[in-house]
Ligand binder design. Structure first.
Ligand code: CO
Length: 165
């Protein structure tokens, strides 16, 4: 299990580096990320959220009931768009309205270093976009409107305050 970093912690704003060697340490990291995601019942989790600035994320595919891993992800294609509420494990109990592509196709490496291409629809598309944002230091609050930010101001202030402890 790993501690999930919350909004206000500086690491979430840093850009992650590509993985150039999928070694035992990376496998160990992925294993602990999976355990953490299962425990919190989330949809996706990126390495920077557990304190490691590497371009890795994991996702739960509800349809196929599998936990997937993608290393060094890149967006290949984006089709159409839709708007929905979006949360983040680094922003507990906060949801912002965000427009995302309806379909996102990504490519990257799996845990064995094999190149894979995955298509995500709706929630999974949103997850892919969200997690790749994390790898670039971009967070859901960056998409939020003023009104929504004001609505969650107390919760946001509390997160910032806790991060300074
Ligand atoms: Co997130």
């Amino acid at each position: 299990m790993r501690r999930i970093r919350k909004f206000g912690e500086e690491i979430l704003r840093k850009k992650s580096s590509p993985v150039d060697n999928i070694d035992g340490k990376i496998h160990e990291l992925i294993k602990s990320m999976k355990e953490t995601l299962l425990y919190v019942k989330g949809v996706g989790l990126s390495a920077p959220q557990v304190g490691v600035l590497k371009r890795i994320f994991i996702f739960y595919d509800k349809e196929k009931e599998i936990l997937g891993t993608i290393i060094n992800p890149e967006i290949v294609e984006e089709i159409s768009s839709y708007v929905d509420l979006e949360g983040c494990l680094s922003f507990p109990e906060i949801y912002f309205t965000i427009e995302r592509p309806k379909i996102t196709v990504i490519k990257g490496l799996n845990e064995d270093g094999k190149e894979i291409i995955i298509e995500g629809k709706e929630l999974l598309s949103r997850c892919f976009q969200h997690e790749i944002d994390h790898l670039n230091g971009i967070l859901i609050i960056d998409y939020a409107g003023e009104e929504e930010k004001r609505y969650y101001q107390d919760k946001i202030d509390k997160l910032i305050k806790n991060s300074k402890k």
